[in-house]
Design a protein around this ligand. Structure first.
Ligand SMILES: Cc1cc2nc3c(=O)[nH]c(=O)nc-3n(C[C@H](O)[C@H](O)[C@H](O)COP(=O)(O)OP(=O)(O)OC[C@H]3O[C@@H](n4cnc5c(N)ncnc54)[C@H](O)[C@@H]3O)c2cc1C
Length: 325
């Protein structure tokens, strides 16, 4: 058994803590406790991304791994609001349909749905506009409550959790802002977008916002540029669309972004009935996914971009194997 020190308790750090303790290791997790993009109220598990319909490498494996962790947590008595009823991806035209068709691998469970079946008045009632050419259903996709999932992983891990900020660290120790010094057999940095400055990372930061709605816009999550999904307390409508910046920025939702978001929503859905309840905003660290050793002998799992819940837990497992602990 060895002792792992994890700095940052979002989906990356909490998955790592959970998986490490499952295999008998002792874990201390230090988390500053704010600006975690993993607190997103509703995150999609969806390996078919963007308007080009690219399929994320290891996306199916990652999605299945995340669902399997969620099932484990439920068996242990943790409640994580979620639904695994698929994700819908509207396809604008025949050309896009053909391009996406060529990209979807055979082993990714999916169906092509006809739009009239998904419009407001009929049986499936997904509230989709009639102008879409077809809709791709990613059958094993779904949504989960990011905050509840991350918290459950952290609690189920039984790790010693310290609320604090790591100022500096080496391969075997970290010093916190209040002067506390912690030692371990291995140190992993998982500080996300907000913490990136202290880790000397140059990856791009991208802020996004999610409108909290009294009810979901659609029963099954819909994603094309924007995304809408059910959530534990109603529904969400959001996207990560602000211009990437070289440093974390505290800005929320500028009005021009709100206009963009609502125009996209009006283009996607037949009605925008649900009432506005609030706003969640977060920043994600993108660029290249960082998963492995650093020059100083410590390790890193970060830069998960918009795939934190799709790939974070799977990469946490990979990292543990690479660390050989
Ligand atoms: C609007 C929006 C929508 C998204 N939707 C999805 C989605 O649908 N599906 C999906 O898979 N992903 C989605 N994402 C991306 C996902 O949220 C992120 O990839 C993921 O949360 C990143 O997790 P993380 O653990 O790397 O970092 P974070 O969740 O940011 O956690 C980092 C933690 O480390 C702490 N910390 C930082 N520095 C230190 C330090 N020095 N000492 C101690 N603690 C520190 C912070 O306080 C924070 O608690 C979305 C992101 C946004 C912004």
């Amino acid at each position: 058994m060895s002792h792992l020190l994890i700095l940052g308790g979002g989906i990356a750090g909490s998955s790592l803590a959970y998986l490490a303790t499952q295999t008998g290791h002792a874990v201390t997790l230090v988390d500053a406790g704010f600006e975690s993009s993993s607190s997103v109220p509703s995150a999609l598990l969806n390996p078919v991304r963007g308007q080009g319909g690219q399929v994320v490498e290891r996306g199916l494996e990652g999605m299945r791994f995340t669902w399997s962790l969620l099932e484990n947590l439920e068996r242990q008595g943790f409640a994580v609001p979620h639904a695994r009823a698929g994700v819908l991806r509207p396809v604008p035209d025949q050309k896009t349909f053909e391009r996406w068709q060529g990209r979807i691998p055979e082993d990714l469970p999916h169906r092509w749905l006809e739009v009239p079946d998904l419009m407001g008045q009929n049986v499936q009632g997904q509230n989709i506009q009639g102008h879409w050419f077809k809709v791709l259903e990613v059958s094993e996709g779904g949504w989960l409550d990011g905050n509840a999932f991350t918290r459950a992983l952290r609690e189920a891990s039984g790790a010693r959790v310290i609320r604090g900020m790591a100022e500096k660290w080496t391969s075997k120790s970290a010093t916190l802002e209040d002067g506390t010094r912690l030692e371990a057999d291995g140190v992993v940095w998982c500080g996300g977008s907000w913490g990136a400055v202290r880790a000397n990372l140059t990856s791009p930061h991208r802020r996004g916002s999610v409108l909290l709605l009294e009810k979901p816009l659609s029963k099954i999550p819909v994603s094309f540029g924007i995304y809408s999904a059910p959530s534990a307390r109603g529904g969400v409508l959001g996207a990560t669309y602000e211009t990437p910046t070289s440093l974390w920025t505290p800005a929320g939702l500028p009005l021009k972004s709100l206009e963009w978001l609502l125009n996209k929503a009006a283009h996607t859905f037949e009605t925008l009935e649900p009432e506005f309840r609030g706003l969640w905003t977060g920043s994600r660290l993108g660029g290249e996914i960082l998963c492995g050793p650093r020059a100083d002998g410590s390790f890193i799992l970060s830069g998960l971009g918009s795939k934190g819940f799709l790939l974070g837990p799977l990469l946490a497992q990979d990292l543990l194997e690479r660390m050989g602990i």
